[in-house]
Design a protein around this ligand. Structure first.
Ligand SMILES: CC(C)(COP(=O)(O)OP(=O)(O)OC[C@H]1O[C@@H](n2cnc3c(N)ncnc32)[C@H](O)[C@@H]1OP(=O)(O)O)[C@@H](O)C(=O)NCCC(=O)NCCS
Length: 334
C-alpha cells in the first residue's frame, strides 16, 4: 500500500544545449557513414556538442538556473538537488556538488544518480518521494550529459547516436487535492543484460591505463540491434504500468515525452500505446540521444512552445544501460 502526504508538482522546467553542432555530414568526414544511412535508421540529423571547458556541471547548472527562474524559486530555497548523469565532470565528487556551488543551492543536499538513459526518471522518482513524504518542500531534478567525452569517435555504430545537453525540473510540495503533480512512477532493472551496453574501462575493475586508452576501452560499447528490441518491449510495458498506477488509460495521455534514443523506438512505443505521433514530443532530429538529459530537454521545449498545458496528462518513458527502464505520469499544473 503506497501512501503519500503531499503531491510533488512540477513548478518549472529548464534546459541547456551547447552551441556546438555536429551534423551527419560532419560525421561522414570522420567515419564511414552518411546522412542517408543515419537519418532513416535513427531520425537524427545533428547533435549538440559541448566545447572544451564546457562541462556536464556547467550545462546542468545552466538548465537548473532556468528551471528555478521559471518556477520563481530562489536557489537558497532548494533543499534537495539530484543530478542524473553517467558523464560527471570527474569520478569524485558527485556532479551535483559542483552544480550546488555553481547555482548557489546553499541549503540543498546533493547527490547523483547513475541509471544511464533512465536516469532522469529514477531521479524524479527519488526526489518526488522526498517531497511526497514531507521531507523537503522543494527539489531540483537535473539530467545532464557530456556524452561526447565518453563516445568513441572512431566507432560508427555508436558515435552517430549521442549528443550533449542538460534539462531540469523543479519539484514543489503541493496538496493532494491540488490535482497537478506526479501521479505515478514505475521503474525496473535487469543487470544480467549489462554487457549489451557498457563502458569497460575507467572504473575500479579496469582503471584507465595506456592499454585501455589505446584499445578504446573507456568508451560506450553497444549491441544496438539487441538493445533496440529490449528498449521497445520494456518501454511499452513500463509505460502501461505507470499509466495504470496513475489510475488512467493510454487514451487519457495527452503527451508522451519519451527518451530520445531512436525515432523508430519512439514510434514503436507510441504504436503500442495506440497514440498518434502528433502527441509525442521529439527533439531527436536536432539533439540525438542525450542520455539522462533527453526527457527534461524535450519537456522544456514542449512547455515553452505551449504544447503542454495545465491539466494535461504527460507520460515520460525511458530505457537505458543497466539495463534500466522507467516511466512516470504527471498531471500538468497551472
Ligand atoms: C544503432 C542502430 C541505429 C543500428 O541500426 P541496425 O539496423 O540495428 O544496424 P546494424 O547494427 O544491424 O548494422 C547493419 C549494417 O550497417 C553497418 N553500420 C553500422 N553503423 C553504421 C553507420 N553509422 N553507417 C553506415 N553503416 C553502418 C553495420 O556494420 C552493418 O553492416 P553489415 O551488415 O555489413 O555487418 C540501431 O540498432 C539502434 O538504434 N539501436 C538502439 C540503440 C540505442 O538507442 N541505444 C541507446 C539505448 S538507450
Amino acid at each position: 500500500m503506497k501512501t503519500r502526504l503531499y503531491r510533488a508538482a512540477i513548478a518549472g522546467t529548464g534546459s541547456f544545449l551547447p552551441s556546438g553542432r555536429l551534423t551527419n555530414d560532419d560525421l561522414a568526414k570522420m567515419v564511414d557513414t552518411s546522412d542517408e544511412w543515419i537519418f532513416p535508421r535513427t531520425g537524427i540529423r545533428s547533435r549538440h556538442i559541448a566545447g572544451k571547458g564546457e562541462n556536464t556541471s556547467d550545462m546542468a547548472a545552466a538548465a537548473g538556473r532556468r528551471a528555478l527562474e521559471s518556477a520563481g524559486v530562489r536557489p537558497e530555497d532548494v533543499q534537495l538537488a539530484v543530478v542524473a548523469t553517467i558523464s560527471p565532470d570527474s569520478p569524485l565528487p558527485a556532479c551535483s556538488c559542483l552544480v550546488q556551488t555553481k547555482i548557489g543551492l546553499a541549503n540543498a543536499t546533493c547527490f547523483d544518480i547513475s541509471a544511464a538513459c533512465s536516469g532522469f526518471i529514477y531521479a524524479l522518482d527519488v526526489a518526488r518521494q522526498f517531497v511526497e513524504t514531507g521531507a523537503v518542500e522543494t527539489a531540483l531534478v537535473i539530467g545532464a550529459e557530456k556524452m561526447s567525452a565518453i563516445t568513441d569517435w572512431t566507432d560508427r555504430t555508436t558515435c552517430i547516436l549521442f549528443g550533449d545537453g542538460a534539462g531540469a525540473v523543479v519539484l514543489r510540495r503541493a496538496e493532494e487535492e491540488a490535482g497537478g503533480g506526479v501521479l505515478s512512477c514505475a521503474t525496473g532493472t535487469d543487470g544480467s543484460l549489462a554487457p549489451l551496453l557498457f563502458i569497460e574501462a575507467g572504473g575500479s575493475a579496469l582503471p584507465t591505463s595506456v592499454e585501455t586508452l589505446e584499445a578504446h576501452r573507456g568508451f560506450v560499447k553497444m549491441d544496438g540491434h539487441t538493445i533496440f528490441k529490449h528498449a521497445v518491449r520494456n518501454m511499452a510495458n513500463i509505460a502501461g504500468k505507470a499509466i495504470a498506477e496513475a489510475g488512467l488509460k493510454p487514451s487519457d495521455i495527452d503527451w508522451i515525452v519519451p527518451h530520445q534514443a531512436n525515432i523508430r523506438i519512439i514510434q514503436a512505443v507510441a504504436k503500442s500505446l495506440d497514440t498518434p505521433m502528433e502527441k509525442v514530443v521529439s527533439t531527436i532530429e536536432s539533439t540525438g540521444n542525450t542520455t539522462a538529459a533527453s526527457i527534461p530537454v524535450a519537456l522544456d521545449l514542449a512547455v515553452a512552445d505551449g504544447r503542454i498545458k495545465a491539466g494535461d496528462n504527460v507520460l515520460f518513458v525511458a530505457f537505458g544501460a543497466g539495463l534500466t527502464w522507467g516511466a512516470s505520469v504527471v498531471r500538468w499544473g497551472s
